[in-house]
Design a protein around this ligand. Structure first.
Ligand SMILES: Nc1ncnc2c1ncn2[C@@H]1O[C@H](COP(=O)(O)OP(=O)(O)OP(=O)(O)O)[C@@H](O)[C@H]1O
Ligand SMILES: [Mg+2]
Length: 509
């Protein structure tokens, strides 16, 4: 089917998030939407999916005007959306989740469990998904859960599928699999709208690319365009795609981690006897496929894991056993992996979120009361410095676009005097222009003599930032190698091969 958005305008108060947008999705194409954080991509897709009502403009399917009062109407018209934060119920099976989807919509077409199972099997076979209808969703890796979302949408005969930043949480291998699924769907006649900040993915999979800036369509790009061309079209200026970084001026071993072990609630060892150290003025990137203990390791360092044993010495003082509050007061800056869980309070304003770590003292709190003027000045300055796209410091943080929420967390954590900076996936969901800025701020932090730990699943990010790279596999350290180690060698290490073995194989290959 042919889908047309014509003259779509969507305002939030004084802000025009979508400004007279025209977009046509042809049958059987992969159409990427590219644009800065806050450009209006998610808003436009939410209008299409019936979650928001446009202030102006029309949605047409095969030249017939549509009226979507809610997602149920959009689904009934053949539009599906795979959300970044999955809407699956973890304790239910795959088939139960697919069946539930049907009950919730007003399709009338209720599905019984046997039929749902059959449907899962049929779609799973068609796309080579290998999804077991009777598996519990909570036992499935993220990439497979995403396939369940896709199956859910297809079981309702979606002919246009919207993916809003689906690859942000996937491993490189899961990303490749998703892209081949997208191609397969397209070849079967389904149209796909694809949103991502990773230019490599856009170039690899798109048939057409539309670029949005400040709520308006600024042009189309060819999939053959270079990263630099795409980036400058998006941002409206040329973008440095690699950070400038001098040789590190190493200080002493500021952070010394010894025999750190973390067990999860079920008693499984998730960080297994890990030892390493980080010098002042050094960036150590922890690489590896997600789920190999990196998250728990950083959480243990900042006091978020109460089942941690071993030692974490920062400037000679022991951090293990201290509360998070105490660790942060010790000058540890922390960017958590999932900003929506522990990084931001969405109901609070941007200004309040910017002072979260410092809500118990100077300069923002004096004699028990918040110094509104001081906080307002500080927030305005950070909004400008970090290019946070907002209507003002007192807007709720939850109304910011995804990438802009991430920038609030970074602005807060990078604006304190730090004795250690720990960041997990610091640029997740952030556009190329802002990645450049954030990377340069991380390098500045290192150059001021602070030890820095960055957890990243992106090899490009590891290469851009790392003085050394530590690879983890199944909770253990596979090896610690120089920052300029080849992708091939890192890939082998991520699969669990030791640094030396991987190096030897890499050299021969
Ligand atoms: N419910 C809302 N209320 C007020 N403003 C909103 C709301 N939803 C979005 N906005 C604003 O609309 C603008 C566009 O946001 P949108 O989420 O569409 O951006 P995006 O292109 O998806 O960005 P990102 O790449 O960061 O996800 C932003 O300035 C955002 O703050
Ligand atoms: Mg978005």
């Amino acid at each position: 089917m042919k889908l047309e958005l014509r003259g779509i305008t969507k305002r939030f108060g004084a802000l025009t998030a979508n400004d007279d947008i025209d977009l046509t999705i042809e049958p059987g194409e992969i159409h990427s939407l590219l644009g800065e954080n806050g450009a209006g991509k998610s808003t436009l897709m939410n209008v299409l999916y019936g979650l928001y009502q446009a202030d102006e403009g029309d949605i047409l399917i095969d030249d017939v005007e549509q009226h979507f009062a809610g997602p149920g109407d959009a689904m009934a018209a053949g539009i599906g959306m795979v959300h970044q934060h999955f809407m699956l119920i973890p304790v239910f099976t795959v088939a139960e989740n697919v069946m539930l989807g049907h009950e919730q919509t007003r399709l009338g077409g209720r599905l019984d469990l046997a039929a749902a199972r059959e449907k899962v099997r049929e779609i799973s076979d068609r796309f080579g998904f290998h999804v077991d209808p009777d598996a519990l969703v909570e036992d499935l890796p993220v990439g497979v859960q995403q396939r369940v979302e896709i199956i859910k949408a297809l079981s309702r005969d979606a002919q246009v599928l919207v993916f809003d930043e689906p690859t942000a949480v996937l491993t490189p291998q899961e990303t490749d699999e998703l892209m081949s699924t997208m191609r397969q769907l397209r070849d079967g006649g389904t149209s796909i709208v694809f949103i991502t900040h990773k230019l490599r993915e856009v170039r690899e999979v798109s048939d057409r690319i539309t670029v949005i800036r400040l709520g308006r369509v600024v042009g189309e790009a060819e999939p053959t365009a270079s990263n630099a061309e795409l980036a400058s079209l998006m941002v409206g200026r040329s973008v440095e795609l690699t950070v400038r970084k001098d040789e590190p001026q190493l200080g002493g071993e500021e952070l010394v981690v010894s025999h750190l072990t973390v067990t999860d609630a079920a008693g499984t060892v998730v960080v297994d006897d890990v030892s390493f150290s980080v010098h002042g003025g050094e960036v150590l990137v922890i690489a590896g496929v997600q789920g190999n203990g990196q998250t728990e390791l950083t959480e243990a360092i900042v006091g978020l894991q109460d089942r941690a044993t071993g030692s974490v010495l920062l400037g000679g003082s022991e951090l293990i056993g201290r509360s998070v509050r105490d660790v942060l007061d010790h000058g540890v800056g922390f960017v958590p992996e999932d900003r929506s869980v522990d990084g931001l309070i969405k109901e609070f304003s941007i200004a309040e979120n910017l002072m979260l770590d410092r809500s118990h003292g100077e300069p923002f709190v004096r004699h028990g009361s918040v110094q509104i003027g001081t906080l307002d000045d500080f927030a305005v300055e950070k909004i400008d410095e970090f290019d946070i796209r907002t209507q003002g410091p007192w807007q709720p943080a939850g109304r910011l676009s995804g990438g802009n929420q991430q920038k609030v967390v970074l602005a807060r954590e990078l604006s304190r005097d730090l004795s250690l900076f720990v960041a997990a996936q610091p640029t997740r969901g952030v556009d190329v222009g802002s990645i450049e800025f954030i990377h340069s701020r991380i390098v500045d932090t290192r150059d001021s003599g602070t030890p820095v730990i960055v957890v990243s699943t992106e090899l490009d990010e590891a290469a851009a930032l790392a003085d050394r790279i530590m690879v983890m596999y199944r909770g253990k350290v596979v090896g610690i190698v120089p920052g300029d180690t080849t992708r091939e060698q890192l890939g082998l290490m991520m699969a669990g091969m030791s640094g030396d073995a991987a190096g030897a194989t890499g050299a021969n290959a």
